[in-house]
Ligand binder design. Structure first.
Ligand code: ZN
Ligand code: ZN
Length: 360
């Protein structure tokens, strides 16, 4: 009988310890969150980065479902100035988790008016208002039609804005700071022609046409501190983009992998979902294969290529390597497959560095 006593005693001690540990978990988590809350609320990514131009990836997804990727969004930090390019679903949340103060967003630039590129605008405008008690609505700059989009969103969110202003008071939520104000521009007609949208304090932001018919779409070139980033927006392989991206330090390019798109098409077809199969065929028309994105990067002689807006979705680890492998066939510079929370830094002093800045 004695042989049973020690094992039973050990089991009892372990069970007691587990129960105690279970009870203490709440205390431990509470003390951890107290520290995390402090560091989260005092985080300021732009101030923690060296002077230069930085591409902060606040959304690397597409309209296809992927829990690990927010909708299209790129925050560009030029010195301490903050500009956002597209705001897809989940963008505001990712910007917040990256420690980028939403109240500091000077403007949001839209590449085109497909909804996956602006369906995160309203939450971002709310954060822009609430985070810094903004007295001016968030500025949204985009091609013709941007005014209609922002007017519609302002209307849809008007009731919510009135509740928040009434609840917190005009000092915390100034009524004039709710929603968005729009500024439209006409897309240049010729390939490679650029329209200047910002040119002050050493920052230049230019727009140029890309090929995403039937949508009217632009890409952007941002310059600061002797460094430059070019954003493709959504486009089929574009000569205009190759011209506008000449000599840029970083080209951020959307991608669709034909091999993976075909798998999705065939799966939809085999499941009897013919309409979805047709969509997987159609989207090949107006996006760019990684091989072509690499060719554009090579033609423009850019310093590095960052792939984003992954089509189709990439739910399996390692699947992004398909995109990198294909781009490698045509471009021999650095190629990055971006994740939400990644930052590519181009310090004024030179060099290029990738870091990950997503907090939880
Ligand atoms: Zn898109
Ligand atoms: Zn699009």
């Amino acid at each position: 009988m004695r042989g049973w006593i020690w094992p039973l005693a050990i089991v009892a001690i372990l069970a007691g310890a587990a129960a105690a540990a279970f009870h203490f978990r709440a205390d431990i988590a509470t003390s951890l969150v107290a520290r995390a809350a402090q560091s989260g609320l005092s985080a300021n990514l732009p101030r923690s980065l060296p002077d230069g131009l930085h591409a902060a990836f606040c959304g690397t997804g597409s309209p296809l479902p992927d829990r690990s990727r927010a909708g299209p969004c790129l925050t560009v930090i030029a010195g301490e100035r903050v500009f956002v390019f597209d705001a897809g679903e989940g963008a505001a949340e990712t910007i917040s988790l990256m420690g980028i103060p939403q109240g500091d967003i000077e403007a949001v630039f839209l590449t085109h008016l497909h909804s996956d590129h602006f369906d995160g605008l309203a939450p971002l405008a709310l954060q822009h208002w609430a985070a810094a008690s903004a007295t001016q609505p968030m500025l949204v700059v985009g091609p013709t039609g941007t005014l209609r989009v922002t007017a519609g969103l302002n209307e849809a969110y008007g009731i919510d804005s009135s509740y928040r202003a009434a609840h917190h008071g005009p000092e915390i939520m100034p009524p004039g700071g709710a929603g968005m104000r729009a500024q439209e521009f006409t897309i240049p007609a010729a390939d490679g022609e650029m329209i200047t949208l910002v040119d002050d304090g050493g920052v230049r932001i230019l727009a140029f046409r890309v090929d995403h018919a039937p949508a009217d779409a632009v890409g952007y070139r941002i310059e600061y501190g002797g460094r430059s980033i070019v954003i493709s927006g959504d486009t089929a392989r574009s000569q205009s983009l190759a011209m506008a991206a000449q000599g840029a330090d970083l080209l951020v390019h959307e991608v669709i992998a034909p091999e993976l798109d075909r798998i999705m098409h065939d799966a939809a077809d085999a499941s009897g979902r013919e309409n979805v199969a047709v969509i997987f065929t159609d989207i090949m028309d107006y996006h760019t294969s990684p091989e072509d994105a690499g060719a554009v990067a090579a033609e423009a002689q850019v310093g590095a290529l960052a792939l984003t807006h992954f089509l189709p979705q990439t739910p399996i680890p390692g699947l992004v390597e398909v995109f990198v492998r294909d781009a490698r066939r045509t471009y021999d510079g650095p190629i990055y497959a971006m994740r939400d929370g990644d930052v590519i830094s181009l310090p004024s002093a030179g060099g290029i560095r990738r870091s990950h800045q997503l907090r939880f």
